[in-house]
Ligand binder design. Structure first.
Ligand code: GLC
Length: 754
């Protein structure tokens, strides 16, 4: 059925939803309805007897709650991400869901963002790889993915109105880059446009982002849907390239579309374009209804546990205090979070789990010989004793700590501390928990702190006094078992941070501009977000991007770097050895550093690739990581294109962004410079241009060989002249070259560079 076979009313109706999570069918045209579902780490299903048109927040049908992106991303294991995508697809199919509203890949610009639990990293390469792996897992198994939230949805504050004001270079290199890579490589069936605006234009009406960049530049052919309630003007949104308004408006905006076409204000061809995409989307994604019973939930619970095992990050381990010896002494498990675990974030991604592993139960199971005692230490609103006397609860915990050999202290953030819909205003742990921590340390120094949090928390005021520090983030329904396995060494932790933990919030690059005011947030730090910013400012951090310890140790040997045979890739080989006593997994990270003297300010290093390697004690293995040469490019605002500058790059093999183990140099030829030259271009730009340089020198030699040889020999003259427009140089040199002749030279360059 093509668009022109439908009535105008049908077409308008088709481009908005039927219910909260469904698209409209057009029976007479054989166009089926598609059922969609949140969220990125598990199906947020509606209550079995919910009203289709109503938002129903009653406990939903259970589904597997996998570790949210903050944890999955900390695994740095793309195979696991792919398997999670496949498992989500299986549960979606079992429920007749054709499209999942995820993954979310927005960059963690500020630690305060309430939704950071739902995103992967502060780095676009990491986010692109993880978003892509989940999408491939979903779509290879017949469930569409919805890449979100396009774009620059990096805060919850005023999210439905705020304009993210971002210069072109950070927009391209940081905030669009993961979207671009995924759209070009993994071809998501849908993209969800964000609530916010970019540079003053709301995304749902942003032609430049929705059409010029997403479709014309990147070749996206799927469906663009709105975030729920993001459309302000349906007609303008259709014009900009938004195909599907969600949720429906009870026909109000459908009538606006009909009226606009009828009045000649909206070209029907624009509507037809959206209809064609919706028809293709509907036929591709419609699925028969299902009750969910055919999905392998036990297998998925095990997968959720395997992901959690690999996501836990060991930040500190002095002594080493961990792993605990199951047969030794008494272990005090303190903290309500050990009994009432927080394993996912709040908002639209919230899943009703099929089951939940309780950390305390699994600690008791694994502790066989050790004697385990529990004390809540602090009340939680969703715990069994929310109204307990906090002082009494804390006193009891301190007494237990004093009487025990080792303390495992569960600390973290509660649902009310962070969520979709609002941002945090600080990054500290709750005051009652900090007070408890200090009282416990005063009576027993042998403390392992286990954190449960979606956004990073400030650890610096106390972490030096804590021998062991385990960052669990939010680990999904099977995280409780994983924490016990790591604490007792049944699993050797191998997770790595995908977000820097700063010493102070004030050190974060976005601190002075987040979350903006009066409808605007200025991304003043440019490309220097996350580790890029901390590195550039030479700021000490508590724990750097990519950091994570193990119960064993690894050595890096024999790094080699070469251009790939096809010239399109850079191939890095490094040998990793397990130099400790336990089997373990190491995540090798590859960073690049641009040549000295870059024409633009560049981060000290940028992640280009990574790989996991599992090694037995004493074993070593060569790891190969390849990345596209194009990844070395920066976005030239002047030339409005990506540019690879020529020169010597440093390629680093690292255990974290601040633990570079080996590095090697790589000579890279510049792009054939197609930069336009003109009389206002500086002498330095002319001389650096592969075509303009020789032309100019040949012309200069004809009228002033002395100047030419001085330019060649006199570095100071060359450095000074570097910043002087050519027409001024010509004037300085006594009218060395007339302006007409300079313009003619520029024309010759333009012709030669096409
Ligand atoms: C929410 C979220 C989006 C979600 C959608 C549907 O507001 O921003 O991620 O998929 O609405 O629930």
């Amino acid at each position: 059925m093509a668009a022109h076979d439908l009535t105008l009313t049908d077409k308008a109706a088709l481009t908005s939803g039927l219910g909260q999570m469904t698209t409209k069918p057009i029976e007479h045209a054989g166009i089926p309805s598609v059922t969609m579902s949140d969220g990125p780490h598990g199906l947020r299903l509606q209550h079995p007897d919910h009203e289709p048109g109503q938002l129903d927040l009653r406990p939903a049908t259970p589904a597997t709650c996998f570790p949210p992106a903050v944890a999955l991303g900390s695994s740095w294991d793309l195979d696991l991400a792919h398997r999670v995508g496949a498992a989500l697809a299986a549960e979606a199919a079992a429920h007749g869901i054709g499209v999942l509203l995820g993954p979310g890949i927005n960059i963690k610009r500020s630690p305060l963002c309430g939704r950071n639990f739902e995103y992967f990293a502060e780095d676009p390469t990491h986010s692109a790889e993880f978003g892509g792996a989940v999408i491939r897992g979903l779509q290879e198994n017949g469930t569409g993915a919805t890449l979100k939230h396009y774009a620059a949805n990096n805060q919850e504050t005023d999210r439905m109105r705020v304009s993210a004001d971002i210069d072109e270079r950070p927009l391209r290199e940081i905030y669009l880059r993961a979207f671009e890579r995924i759209v070009r490589r993994d071809k998501p069936w849908a993209v969800m446009c964000a609530y916010n605006g970019v540079n003053g234009v709301t995304l749902s009406e942003n032609t430049r982002l929705l059409t010029d960049i997403l479709r014309t530049e990147w070749g996206f052919e799927g469906l663009v849907m709105s975030d729920w309630g993001a459309v302000r003007n349906r007609v303008a949104a259709l014009r900009a390239g938004l195909d599907l308004e969600m949720p429906p408006t009870g026909g109000r905006t459908d009538r606006e579309v009909v009226a606009a076409v009828t009045a000649g204000e909206l070209d029907e061809a624009v509507l037809d374009r959206a209809v064609e995409r919706l028809v293709h989307f509907a036929h591709r994604a419609a699925r028969p209804a299902g009750d969910g019973s055919t999905a392998p939930y036990d297998e998925h619970h095990r997968l959720a546990g395997e992901v959690a095992d690999h996501s836990i990050v060991l930040l500190r381990n002095e002594g080493p205090l961990l792993p605990l010896d199951p047969g030794s002494g008494t272990v005090a498990v303190i903290g309500e979070l050990a009994r009432t675990p927080r394993f996912q974030g709040g908002g639209s991604s919230q899943v009703t789990p099929t089951r939940v592993d309780i950390p305390l139960d699994h600690i008791r199971e694994l502790a066989d010989g050790a004697h385990v005692e529990f004390a809540p230490g602090y009340p939680l609103a969703d715990g069994p004793e929310p109204d307990a006397d906090p002082t009494e609860v804390a006193d009891r915990a301190v007494r237990l700590a004093a009487a025990s050999d080792t303390v495992v202290l569960f600390l973290g953030l509660a649902q009310q501390d962070e969520s979709e819909g609002f941002d945090r205003d600080h990054i500290d742990l709750p005051a009652d928990q900090l007070a408890l921590l200090h009282r416990v340390l005063a009576v027993n120094p042998r403390v392992a702190v286990v954190l449960s949090n979606g956004g990073i928390v400030r650890t610096a005021p106390w972490h030096d006094r804590v021998p062991a520090l385990v960052e669990g983030f939010l680990l999904g329904q099977a995280g409780g078992g994983a924490l016990a396995r790591v604490l007792f060494g049944a699993v050797n932790p191998s997770g790595k941070l995908a977000e820097t933990i700063p010493l102070r919030l004030e050190d974060s690059p976005s601190f002075l501009t987040f979350p903006g005011a009066e409808g605007h947030v200025r991304y003043g730090e440019g490309v220097f977000v996350g580790y890029r910013g901390y590195d550039a400012a030479r700021v000490e951090v508590a724990f750097p991007f990519g950091h994570g310890l193990s119960y064993t140790t690894f050595a890096y040997r024999e790094l080699s770097v070469a251009g790939a045979d096809d010239g399109a890739g850079i191939v890095v080989r490094v040998t990793v050895a397990n130099t400790g006593e336990r089997a373990g997994r190491e995540v090798v990270q590859i960073y690049s550093a641009a040549p000295a003297g870059s024409p633009v300010e560049r981060p000290i290093r940028e992640l280009r690739g990574f790989a996991s390697v599992r090694l037995q004690p004493g074993e070593s293995r060569e790891v190969t990581i390849e990345f596209p040469r194009a990844d070395l490019a920066y976005f030239s605002v002047r030339d409005r294109c990506w540019r690879i500058e020529g020169g010597t790059y440093r390629i680093e093999a690292a255990a974290s962004s601040r633990d570079v183990r080996l590095s090697a140099e790589l000579a890279v030829a510049a792009d054939a410079d197609t930069a336009e030259l003109d009389v206002r271009s500086t002498l330095g730009e002319w001389l650096a241009h592969p075509i303009g340089g020789p032309l100019l020198l040949e012309r200069l030699a004809r009228s002033n060989a002395g100047l030419t040889s001085r330019l060649a020999d006199d570095a100071t003259l060359r450095r000074a002249a570097h910043n002087v427009p050519l027409e001024v140089v010509a004037d300085f040199a006594g009218g060395l070259i007339g302006r007409d002749e300079l313009a003619a030279l520029a024309d010759r360059v333009a012709e030669a560079t096409g």
